[in-house]
Design a protein around this ligand. Sequence first.
Ligand SMILES: Nc1nc2c(ncn2[C@@H]2O[C@H](COP(=O)(O)OP(=O)(O)OP(=O)(O)O)[C@@H](O)[C@H]2O)c(=O)[nH]1
Ligand SMILES: [Mg+2]
Length: 300
Amino acid sequence: MSADVKRCGYIAFIGRPNVGKSTLLNRLVGQKICITSRKPQTTRHRVLGIKTTKDTQFIFVDTPGMHIDNKHAMNRYMNRAAKTAVHDVDIIVFVIEATGWNEADDLVFERLEHTDAKIIIAINKIDRLDKKDALLPLLQKLSELKNVAEIIPLSATKGDNTELLESTLKTMLPESDFFYDEEQVTDRSMRFIAAELIREKLIRRLGKELPYALTVEIEEYQHEDGVLRVGAVIWVERDGQKVIVIGKNGSMLKEIGRQSRLELEKMLETKVFVRLWVKVREGWSDDTRALRSLGYTDDF
Ligand SMILES: Nc1nc2c(ncn2[C@@H]2O[C@H](COP(=O)(O)OP(=O)(O)OP(=O)(O)O)[C@@H](O)[C@H]2O)c(=O)[nH]1
Ligand SMILES: [Mg+2]
């Protein structure tokens, strides 16, 4: 390869919910782009994380966890976002967990059958294994799968073997000029990322009580006298949920606002004010029109 050959292409992280796709994207990009949590179905949108080195541009695509439930409009939206990515990329990193393969992984793998993309399997969370040879039965199972170019055990949180994944991806990317500016790290606006960060704080604190009934809409995003003012509405589906989000004497909402402000200030290196409201819109997550008006649009 001559010295000035450039490589560039799309790499999607695909897998069932909660296996660590977003954590792995953030690790490879080297900064937080995507939100993560212990709760399955954290990611709802397709989000790009872009990493550019001297000769390579990796365009990583985070996707919602694929799952079987298609009854709910929100679930259908999430599955569509993930499925579209399967057909539009050069490489698929199929993420599974070191603790074992299950039926939900089967379902995802079936959806990869007709892709032209190259497939790498990332066995994530190896830090959870007591002994390395605990992986042997899983490796045996994976060796039976067809069309898999590489299998890489790694840990997205600890960083074990993630450099090996990166160097492997590099060799598999097509020769091409870069698609994005070298400084660009995502295709999403800071406004979108602010909404996602607030939603992350909510899921991390309230995911058990209100798994999927929450969404965040930014109403104000304005720089003024060296301060960024962010105003956001937290939409829930019922009055009872509103009470939970507000908390006793407003304590929960205050804490969510504080955590969001701290993270935005760190990310943007500026002073930030965050104002949050909670509003009820009955059944928004199962209503296609309401979803669209809240930013769940099929523009992936
Ligand atoms: N122990 C361990 N935990 C991990 C690792 N990678 C991710 N996790 C944790 O797994 C949980 C899920 O991570 P996410 O990155 O949100 O998973 P995801 O696949 O994007 O999930 P969805 O967006 O819901 O589909 C979080 O609590 C992560 O901290 C890892 O390498 N080791
Ligand atoms: Mg995710």
